[in-house]
Write a protein that binds this ligand. Structure first.
Ligand code: ZN
Length: 411
């Protein structure tokens, strides 16, 4: 997906703004002696930006528009070290809403839908992003925010919500609760818009089948507006993204080289019209690929595949590179297992050890099942993990992001 003439013009406009504001990236460009680009080759020579750059700019070093134009800030959760603060102008907030409305429309959601929003409101971009887009669409919003499952289910029944917006783990929790309480016939959900974490096909199937709804993956990150920069359509052939607002590249995470369409690598995003905090070649550390060709829906917007993991999730176990998605794929082959799992990596007696915790639904021989899973991992990836089978419901489910890989080697 080569950068177009129009996109190059937009990038030049952002380069000018960044240099003028003397922000962190403006200084980087100045140091590299770059004040404009003329070709795709030039573009690929622009330096990357990283989360650590954004953190170094804390609190307001990213601000690229005059303060009088800034109407809001958002912040990433900052699980490690300082958070990142992203300033928005009124136009940025509006553009984000337009993109999000497009996401709902791509999912076939209309102004006659009732949208129950369960992601959190506040500093982070989740709840308010879902809300802005839904209001632009003209749908009825039920702004629940996270938690309080009893109340969520009550409102879902009383207001007859037709769309649920949630993280995948909270959607699963709600689905299980609806089943447990036997209230499936009292709810009218048709669609789920699920964001913010990588999730497996098995979990997806579980939510889909329990609730009998269509599911849509929404993509986005706080540094680049928030959720709403891409979503899959009903053909479910990857997520369309809005290339009139962002330019997206896939690079080799080790060499930094741009990869051809179709190849798996790290997503790098350039914002084309963002004013408050434009980003150029921002490394997301999300793994995906650009899907070549056209979608049967006829949309002109290009597509990326579902997020396959994070570049920093890559684990080295006994000298073998492993992605959690590989383990997940193997677990999916076992119909006896639920969609929940947990991977723990530790360093014991001079050796790396991977323990995989899984849940089983039926009355099966736990020891025999764990032996079969371990053998399958050995034959597909090349090392033998310790597999612990537990009863369904034992592994943690959370209202926020569920941590499925725990690396105890660096604790
Ligand atoms: Zn499509």
């Amino acid at each position: 997906m080569q950068i177009s003439k129009k996109q190059i013009e937009q990038v030049n406009d952002r380069i000018r703004a960044l240099r003028q504001a003397d922000s962190f990236y403006g200084k980087k460009l100045e140091a590299a002696g770059i004040d404009s680009i003329t070709s795709a080759e030039d573009f690929e020579k622009l330096p990357f930006s990283e989360k650590s750059d954004l953190r170094d700019a804390y609190p307001l070093g990213l601000m690229t528009a005059p303060e009088s134009d800034i109407v809001r800030i958002h912040s990433s959760s900052g699980t490690t070290g300082l958070p990142v603060i992203i300033p928005y102008t009124a136009k940025d907030v509006d553009d984000w809403g337009i993109m999000f409305r497009r996401c709902y429309e791509t999912a076939g959601i209309t102004n006659m839908d009732r949208i129950q929003i369960t992601p959190g409101y506040g500093l982070w971009t989740a709840g308010i992003g879902f809300q802005n887009g839904a209001e632009k669409l003209g749908a009825m919003v039920i702004p629940m925010g996270p938690g309080n499952t009893d109340k969520q289910l009550q409102m879902m029944q009383d207001l007859q919500s037709t769309v649920i917006c949630a993280t995948s783990s909270y959607a699963l929790l709600l689905a299980e609760e609806i089943q447990k309480r036997g209230i499936r016939d009292k709810i009218r959900l048709k669609k789920g818009v699920i964001g913010s974490e990588r999730w497996g096909a098995k979990m997806r199937e579980s939510i889909k089948n329990t609730l009998g709804i269509e599911l849509y993956d929404i993509y986005g990150l706080t540094e680049i507006y928030g959720p709403g920069i891409g979503i899959n359509c009903k053909y479910d052939t990857g997520m369309h993204y809005w290339d009139d607002y962002i330019y997206l590249e896939i690079i080799d995470p080790v060499t930094g080289k741009v990869l051809p369409d179709g190849e798996m690598g790290e997503i790098v995003i350039t914002t084309l019209v963002k004013e408050g905090a434009p980003l150029i070649r921002y490394r997301t550390h999300d793994l995906s690929r650009i899907i070549p060709g056209d979608c049967p829906c006829g949309s002109r917007f290009p597509r990326i595949d579902v997020i396959m993991g994070r570049t920093d999730d890559m684990m080295k176990i006994k000298g073998v590179n492993v992605f959690p998605s590989q383990i997940e794929e193997i677990l999916r082959e076992f119909s006896e297992l639920s969609s929940e799992y947990q991977i723990r990596i530790s360093h014991l007696e001079g050796k790396d050890t991977m323990r995989i915790y899984v849940e089983t639904t039926g009355s099966v021989d736990f020891a025999e099942l764990s032996r079969r899973i371990a053998e399958r991992v050995k034959s597909k990836i090349g090392f033998t993990p310790l597999v612990k089978v537990v009863e369904i419901g034992v592994l943690p489910r959370s209202e926020k992001k569920t941590k499925r890989v725990i690396d105890e080697r660096y604790d």
